[in-house]
Design a protein around this ligand. Structure first.
Ligand SMILES: [Fe+2]
Length: 361
């Protein structure tokens, strides 16, 4: 190649890489005035496995995507290795397309926070917090940079069509789990803690959550990496902290927060569960997990609160809202990676609020 053609080639390559960089760095901003009708979510995405779930997510035409935890599998105390694993996610073309297409909100679970099933004892939790907040572009001015953990909330939409997304942190403050002497038939190893002082959210996050539940909103997506409704299996769930679980249900009733729906992950399977009077009204818990590491085989998994599922193969979650005033309706959905709905439940928004008992004459 002559010098002229070589120089031309370099200029072309430099220009092309600048374009690629610009495309890969493109980020859709969160517009808090937007009327949300299509939200997608998912959990449990191993950055080392094929990530063929981005197209099915994009096929839902999401206006918002929520990472519900185990967004990568870092499982390390080494923060450089953790950053490198996030960089693997950042390099995924599908992730880059999603990031350009819609804003992304995120909380974490054990494997991106620290180690398998870890809680407050994880000694690199501060470093891990910084890595997480950097990766998800949380600005230096955000309250998230000031308080412990990574919990956060945002209200999106005009009055009458407001969606509040509450991202709980179920790791940073969480006390010890209690282990069974041996694994249960479902493969899990935990049993409810009898310790009256053990916490899941921690005092500071509890106080914050109460103020959030008092914010006006028509629909609230309460994102908890671990399940709230399904508590009969022996893996991680809120039932391992019975007082904390009762406190959550009590708090939703006390604040009279309407429109609460739980989105959860962690389980490597999908299902929809229901606590009939959980919040003074039916409390749905839609679990979507994993995006690329679902079990792939049937397991014995007790859950008397299950309405739909379980689905043991790779999946993504979606929440659609049909805003029609008093007749507004939410559709809770899980899709397989061929975009076929495997779970679909329509819920009138009017059913998700405390009903005043008629006064007796
Ligand atoms: Fe997990």
């Amino acid at each position: 190649m002559d010098a002229h053609r070589q120089a031309h080639g370099w200029r072309l390559a430099t220009a092309l890489s600048a374009v690629v960089l610009a495309v890969s760095a493109a980020r859709a901003d969160l517009d808090t005035n937007a009327v949300l009708t299509r939200i997608a979510f998912g959990s449990c995405a191993n950055q080392g496995f094929a990530q063929d779930f981005w197209d099915p997510i994009l096929a839902t035409r999401p206006q918002l995507f929520i990472f519900a935890g185990d967004n990568i599998y870092s499982d390390t105390y080494d923060l450089a290795k953790m950053r490198a694993k996030y960089a693997q996610l950042a390099a995924e073309p599908g992730f880059q397309r999603l990031r350009a297409a819609c804003p992304i909100l995120a909380t974490w679970d054990d494997h991106d926070y620290g180690l398998n099933d870890s809680g407050a004892e994880f000694k690199e939790r501060e470093g891990s917090r910084a890595v997480f907040l950097d990766f998800f572009d949380v600005p230096a001015s955000s309250p998230r940079r000031q308080h412990g953990g990574i919990y956060d909330a945002v209200v999106i939409g005009p009055p009458g069509r407001r969606v509040q997304v509450i991202l709980l942190d179920t790791r940073y403050f969480r006390g010890p789990l209690v282990k069974l002497p041996e694994r249960a038939p479902d493969g899990g190893r935990y049993t409810p803690s009898a310790d009256p002082k053990v916490t899941l959210l921690g005092d500071e996050q509890w106080a914050w959550l109460e103020t959030q539940l008092r914010q006006p909103a028509e629909l609230r997506l309460l994102v908890s990496s671990i399940q709230v409704a399904s508590i009969e299996h022996h893996w991680e769930h809120w039932g391992n902290f019975p007082r904390e679980r009762a406190r959550l249900l009590r708090l939703i009733r006390k604040t009279r927060a309407k429109g609460v729906i739980i989105l959860s992950g962690d389980r490597h399977q999908a299902e929809l569960s229901l606590i009939p009077e959980g919040a003074g009204y039916p409390l749905y818990d839609l679990t979507s997990s994993g995006m690329n590491n679902a079990r792939g085989h049937v397991v014995d998994d007790p859950n008397s609160r299950r309405l739909a599922g379980p689905f043991f193969y790779n999946n993504v979650g979606a929440v659609r809202v049909n805003w029609r005033g008093a007749d507004s309706e939410v559709t809770l959905e899980v899709r397989d990676l061929q975009s076929r709905p495997v779970i679909q439940q329509r819920v009138p928004l009017s059913a998700l609020q405390l009903t005043l008992k008629p006064s007796t004459p």
